[in-house]
Write a protein that binds this ligand. Structure first.
Ligand code: ZN
Length: 209
């Protein structure tokens, strides 16, 4: 019994996005999307992948929207305070202008970018660059956020990470906003949001209606 549990656990840990290319062609560019709710570990996963690329001596460039200045002007910082140097940019098209001779481009908080980001990611990938995009897939109302849905469509690999529901402990994929300010773009401070599972989010929105 214990042995079976161990096997199941191990199988679930195998990352699906690492399927090996069976051809002998040299590696070309592609797009990876890491999405999920607040506190789901998106940025940690982005930093993990970029750090490993750096260890492999690959040239890495990281961008984030200017709006994301909650912790640091020019670093991508996760809630657990891992940090990696990044360039804040005003619009998605600036990413192309600022991308030098690199192997990997990381983009954090992608939901805050304009829809031009989809073309930018396609362009970079077509140039042979590995593009890793992290962002919120849904806003606090549970609606698809900014360019994220289209990015998930054009990406070769999509990883959805989950937070833990603050009310029942299940896996959470909704970001419930605790403050009642109406502004959609509210930066992700711990006090403003809580991750919730579908059931708890639905129960709460019924009460609030
Ligand atoms: Zn719940």
């Amino acid at each position: 019994m214990f042995f079976n549990c161990k096997i199941t656990f191990f199988v679930q840990l195998i990352p699906m996005f690492l399927e090996k290319d069976l051809s002998n062609k040299p590696q070309k560019g592609w797009i990876e999307v890491i999405c999920g709710s607040m506190f789901s570990g998106k940025t940690e996963e982005l930093i993990r992948r970029l750090t490993r690329a750096k260890i492999a001596r690959q040239r890495v460039e990281i961008f984030k929207p200017v709006i994301d200045i909650r912790y640091s002007e020019n670093e991508v910082v996760s809630h657990n305070e891992n940090a990696i140097r990044s360039t804040p940019v005003e619009t998605a098209s600036n990413i192309i202008l600022l991308t030098g001779n690199v192997d990997v481009v990381g983009i954090d908080e992608a939901q805050f970018f304009d829809n031009g980001l989809i073309e930018v990611c396609n362009k970079l990938a077509n140039m042979g660059i590995r593009v890793i995009v992290a962002g919120l897939d849904m806003d606090f109302q549970g609606k698809p956020f900014g360019p994220m849905p289209q990015l998930m469509c054009v990406a070769e690999y999509v990883t959805k990470v989950h937070a833990i529901c603050m009310r029942c402990g299940s896996l959470a994929n909704f970001s419930h906003r605790l403050s009642d300010r109406e502004k959609l773009v509210l930066l992700g401070e711990k006090n403003d949001y809580e991750p919730l599972c579908r059931e708890c989010y639905f129960e709460l929105s019924k009460k609030q209606r």
